[in-house]
Design a binder for this molecule. Structure first.
Ligand SMILES: [Zn+2]
Length: 385
């Protein structure tokens, strides 16, 4: 059984221990005691070194803790462990911040936390609420800031599970429980590492919300992460303001206005493109000479879009005319015919594309079809000429 030194002292950064057993050719090490925290309860494992060898992972194996090393340990029987303190202290800030955030949500809105995940960028809690408003989150952040400003002590005690523990979330464990308390606010059974006072949390800043089947996932950051997040958000907002040449606070209105303007420009652009295509269709008709059958025929290559349809309709608005459009990607065709042409566009397209393994149809004046590939397209085109 490995004695967990972090249970009593979360601020222990170095320690010595006896090697009890090694496995995996000395890369997996068991000690009589350790200050390395193994992944559990939503908090990731510690990094650092053991006898100068870098730790890769720390695993909770129930009664024992396995230390996975980057290289074999060697023959040492007594080893010194050094915790990567920046990483650990960050985890302590996020984890204690989670207790505070969950307690504040419960105190203000009776919203319970069901799970916690400490991530490498941001952490999340899942709470029993279908939704949360921005106003609620602001109040929760304000309440957290009050407790932090009061520097309330965060204490670890060991208490009997059979007694009335008044925990925020009941524990299913028996025997002695490790209780982590934020003075006057929260009592939770927890095996994780925590800071000594709420002041060390620095700040609780919430982020994105995600709805998952009646549960809301709330992103948050604490400590230095909150400072970094605020700094990067400020830089981002300032750069948006500079790009738009207005003070940052005017950017939301300006962006909304630009989106509206863009929509209206897009509509105008489409209208002009259709008008241009219509005139192109008229010019093509004028330029085309009637064949021996008296029909003016043209083939156009390109996308079969609104512009191509407008071009086709303008062309066949002239007497005795047939317009064929061929598109390579996706392989497709459009056929338009004037009412007096004697050609039924729908029937002709259907026959040509069906013979080429495709499908399509339409009415007498306008029809479209698609075929599987380039060879089929060439075949259908030949049939339509
Ligand atoms: Zn905890």
């Amino acid at each position: 059984m490995t004695e967990r030194l972090y249970y009593q002292d979360c601020y222990l950064r170095t320690f010595t221990a006896r090697v009890i057993e090694t496995a995996d050719e000395g890369r997996r090490v068991y000690l009589n005691r350790t200050a390395f925290y193994p992944t559990s309860g939503g908090q990731p494992f510690d990094l650092g070194t053991l006898a100068g060898v870098a730790i890769r992972e720390v695993i909770d194996e129930d009664v024992r803790i396995g230390h996975l090393l980057e290289a074999p340990l060697g023959a040492a029987t007594e080893v010194a462990g050094v915790i990567d303190w920046d990483r650990r202290y960050d985890h302590m800030q996020q984890h204690t911040g989670q207790h505070l955030l969950s307690a504040a949500l419960e105190e203000l809105f009776a919203i319970r936390t069901v799970s916690f995940h400490l991530g490498s960028e941001a952490s999340t809690i899942d709470v029993e609420a279908p939704a949360l408003t921005a106003k609620q989150l602001e109040r929760v952040e304000d309440r957290c800031a009050e407790i932090i400003a009061e520097s309330r002590p965060v204490q670890i005690t060991f208490e009997d599970a059979a007694s009335d523990l008044e925990l925020r979330k009941a524990s299913t464990r028996t025997g002695t429980l490790r209780i982590v308390s934020i003075h006057g606010l929260d009592r939770s059974a927890c095996g994780g590492t925590h800071v000594r006072t709420a002041a060390e949390i620095g700040m609780v800043l919430t982020g994105k919300l995600e709805k998952i089947r009646g549960i809301t996932r709330v992103e948050f950051v604490c400590g230095k992460r909150a400072l970094r997040r605020a700094q990067s958000d400020n830089r981002l907002v300032a750069s948006i303001g500079r790009a738009l040449s207005v003070p940052a606070e005017q950017t939301p209105d300006l962006i909304a206005g630009l989106i509206e303007k863009n929509k209206s420009l897009e509509k105008t652009g489409q209208r002009l493109a259709t008008e241009l295509a219509r005139r192109e269709g008229q010019d093509l008709y004028t330029a085309a000479s009637p064949g021996a059958d008296g029909i003016r025929f043209t083939t156009q290559r390109g996308s079969i879009d609104d512009a191509m349809r407008a071009r086709a309709q303008a062309f066949v608005a002239g007497q005795k005319s047939v317009f064929l459009a061929v598109c390579d990607q996706p392989p497709s065709l459009l056929l338009a015919a004037s009412a007096d042409s004697g050609v039924h566009a729908g029937e002709r397209i259907k026959a040509a594309v069906t013979a080429s393994g495709g499908r399509g149809g339409g009415n007498q004046q306008l029809a479209q079809g698609s075929v599987p590939d380039g060879a089929a397209l060439a075949q259908a085109e030949a049939l339509l000429r």
